[in-house]
Design a protein around this ligand. Sequence first.
Ligand SMILES: [Zn+2]
Length: 390
Amino acid sequence: MRVDRLWTNGRVASLREGLGVLRRAGAGALAARDGRIAWVGPLAEAPDLDPAETIDLDGRWVTPGLIDCHTHLVYAGDRAGEFEQRLEGASYAEIARAGGGIVSTVRATRAASEDALVAQSRARLDALMAEGVTTVEIKSGYGLDAESEVKMLRAARRLAREARVTVVTSFLGAHALPPEAGDDKEGYIDEVCLSQLPAVHGEGLADAVDGFCETIAFTPGQIRRLFEAARALGLPVKLHAEQLSNQGGAALAAEFGGLSADHLEYLDEAGVAAMAAAGTVAVLLPGAFYFLRDTQVPPIELLRRHGVAMAVATRLQSGLFPAHLVAAGHEHGRDPVPPDAGGSARRGHPQRCPGPRPRRGDRHAGGRQVVRSCHLGHRAAGGTLLPHGL
Ligand SMILES: [Zn+2]
């Protein structure tokens, strides 16, 4: 078979039934023709291939394009020191009072130009892409006023154009209360619904509307108003729900046909059942769990029993680093997993994820050719990437 390119000597992780992971170095090969995967499998079983070009992968991994379906990738500033402070015993509230936390990111993001936001965020996006991510969801939510939320989402759209990656955006004005709002949550939700959302939607910058339903954020009633505003504009919704307490947020998202409910550490069976009935995906974020040094694990067995599709994402944001996922996977009592929605893909529900639209064909012959390879071993040793859980 005449092919344009043949990669040999690799470790191929495929989702194709019966192929799975070829763990042995040197076993895997992949051939492409006309920009599509023509063949993939153990080299020993390859048909008679006639490649125009052969690339030796030197034992690197080849995986399907990974999907990171929950990130706060666009922001300015740096909160790297906070994790250390937390390990030393400082509470989130203490850090916030000292000028850290989300407010510090909001301040830096508001002050940054769109160009500066793109430049800073591009480095983070490049790091994800180098680890095999081909689709990434990016939220706003560090601007918390119309102008800054628009700026963040414009930056996200520019990243999609400038990097060869699919970006799906979520408007997250209801992320936190900005400092100037005092404690007027109702008034701020008015601003989100009547000013920020129309501004963002008017420029076609939001693919979905997101919120944070929690005692330290917004009530189910306030999120309901947001979701009604989103529905009036024809925008799908998703929600940060049940992260620190059970607010019934997942069921609320399901009521509005939500794409996903994310975090879910305190989700109860009624919420699980509602998600199952609505087809709302459970996005698990072990990195956040680890960063907050939480002890409550999401009800994974309940989600499985009710057949709720699950996805795993990095929740990359200003206070979190992908390396945390290595330990976080263990915190959830299973092998570390890569920053993707592969969990849902393996269960056959990738198309229901909030934004990820993987082409099924990517995963085997006939699929679009998207080949990125990496030395997982090296990266794991350096603490920046995760061993594959496949
Ligand atoms: Zn989030």
